[in-house]
Design a binder for this molecule. Structure first.
Ligand SMILES: Cc1cc2nc3c(=O)[nH]c(=O)nc-3n(C[C@H](O)[C@H](O)[C@H](O)COP(=O)(O)OP(=O)(O)OC[C@H]3O[C@@H](n4cnc5c(N)ncnc54)[C@H](O)[C@@H]3O)c2cc1C
Length: 460
């Protein structure tokens, strides 16, 4: 009797606990849920379709792809296959958990069982607690506990006979995607990015080996967007094409660079843990005391948002980042911090607007890492940067893109400018490049006043 393996954020065959548990005869299923895919932007949908094509090829063209509500589809496929059990990797996002409960109930009513095995993380979210028995709210404590729980080796797999059933191709994803675009995106570009990264397990293996050969400088160069210094593994991790356990097993070691990489993977796990414990932090301030910072709204604010999203602010490193996001569906971490800070602290806009745009355009868009990355910048999250720390985009560029190579790569108007980030208000305009949309010092003062009013509200 076959079992069904319902693939979700685990689009791989290697190091796959749920697949290892599924037995010899397996129906591989992916469900395109219109209620989720409607919120997925064009690049991630295209990338996901390419990832599914790769998975399908690796199981001899037998991946079953169906469109509809998983609560109906999964039991139906189990019936068609004559499967007693549906296996899946555990899911931790608020909506994912609720959906899985409903699928499990429906299967049980049908006399079949549901078995969730393994997780997209090295340490399962919502299983790490401090000495007080409470979940961790700051990274350092979580990190200590997390490091003490590492060490599980990758899981090996027996032979699998993939069982065929009817199913549509993965391209149906692209057709279903992007139906629920927020109104304030207005006329922002809506096609997929032209330069998407490679997809699927073979591409992930190449990326992992490529990074392994460059790992030694990671700790000193990872903040430099002008260099090719980070792993670029985020999209593979996002879709579970690569498990972080595999990454750790390959790149482990005593070096400072390996330790830094462990820390970065730990941030991913910390944010997943926080989201699992506090589902409302996906769209609400993790620190309620900071929820009342005044933000601008209305048509003018929305127009400023779109200027930022198009990469036309007149601040070269911000514009380079936003244009990299449009062109590649990815942005360097240091630049994510800078562009996010500019939106929140210089334009005084709601972090959730920026988080929505990032989720829409990022190939690695991940609810936990994205929302908490934004909350960190906005000062509303865990380990939040103190509200008075406001990135100056010019200083940041001078420090992290010292020769201007990153800016020149993405801002065509500045391609011939020797040191492109040293533009100052009042400097001679560059050919076709917008003048700075704000005065940094004035808006910094305004931001400090708004944050101070939220932190120390005046008595009424
Ligand atoms: C505002 C903002 C939004 C972000 N949105 C996302 C997102 O949607 N998806 C996402 O995967 N990451 C997000 N990040 C984190 C980080 O920017 C990306 O993970 C990283 O840039 C991916 O590139 P890389 O794989 O080369 O990273 P590397 O430096 O090679 O790091 C290795 C892996 O560690 C993890 N990681 C690294 N830094 C972080 C971090 N700060 N938080 C969480 N995980 C981290 C990622 O899985 C990454 O692939 C966001 C950060 C900020 C500041």
């Amino acid at each position: 009797m076959p079992s069904v393996l319902w693939f979700r954020r685990d689009l791989r065959l290697a190091d796959h606990p749920a697949l290892a548990a599924s037995g010899h005869d397996v129906v591989g299923l992916f469900v395109i849920d219109p209620s989720l895919i409607g919120e997925v932007g064009p690049s991630r949908a295209q990338y996901l379709a390419a990832t599914l094509e790769s998975l399908n090829a690796s199981i001899g063209g037998r991946l079953v792809v169906r469109v509809g509500d998983p609560v109906a589809i999964v039991p139906q496929v189990a019936r068609e296959a004559g499967a007693a059990t549906v296996y899946a990797t555990m899911e931790y996002t608020p909506r994912g958990r609720d959906r899985d409960d409903r699928v499990a109930n429906r299967l049980s009513a049908d006399g079949r069982s549901w078995c969730a095995v393994g997780s997209p993380y090295v340490v399962e979210p919502a299983t790490t607690y401090g000495a007080s028995g409470q979940p961790y709210r700051v990274f350092s404590g979580f990190r200590r506990a997390w490091l003490s729980r590492l060490g599980e080796p990758p899981i090996s797999l027996g032979e699998v006979n993939w069982v065929a059933l009817d199913g549509v191709g993965a391209s149906a994803l692209v057709a279903e995607a992007g139906r629920r675009r927020p109104h304030f995106f207005g006329d922002l570009p809506d096609g997929p990015s032209l330069h998407l990264p490679g997809a699927g397990e073979p591409a992930a293996a190449v990326a992992l080996e490529r990074f392994a050969s460059r790992l030694e400088r990671y700790d000193v160069e990872r903040d430099r967007p002008d260099l090719d210094a980070t792993s670029r593994l985020s999209a593979f991790l996002r879709f579970g094409v690569l498990h972080p356990r595999t990454v750790l097993a390959r790149l482990d070691g005593p070096s400072a660079a390996a330790a830094k990489l462990r820390d970065e993977l730990c941030w991913r796990e910390f944010y997943a843990d926080v989201l699992a414990h506090h589902p409302s932090s996906a769209w609400r301030a993790f620190r309620p005391s900071m929820a009342s910072v005044r933000v601008d709204r209305g048509p003018r604010a929305e127009e400023r948002f779109r200027t930022w999203a198009r990469g036309e602010t007149g601040f070269p490193v911000v514009d380079a980042g936003m244009r990299q996001l449009l062109a590649e569906g990815w942005m360097h971490n240091r630049v994510r911090m800078n562009t996010a800070s500019f939106l929140v602290k210089h334009l005084h806009l709601d972090w959730r607007w920026g988080a929505k745009w990032f989720l829409w355009r990022l190939v690695d868009g991940d609810l936990a890492s994205n929302q908490h990355g934004w909350q960190w910048v906005a000062g509303t999250g865990t380990d939040a940067a103190p509200f008075f720390r406001i990135f100056n985009p010019t200083r940041q560029a001078e420090r992290f893109d010292p020769h201007g190579d990153y800016v020149r790569r993405y801002v065509a108007e500045l391609a011939d400018v020797a040191v492109p980030h040293c533009l100052r208000p009042g400097a001679a305009p560059m050919s076709g490049y917008p003048a700075p949309m704000i005065d940094l010092a004035n808006e910094r003062t305004e931001a400090l006043a708004r944050y101070a009013a939220a932190v120390h509200p005046s008595p009424t």
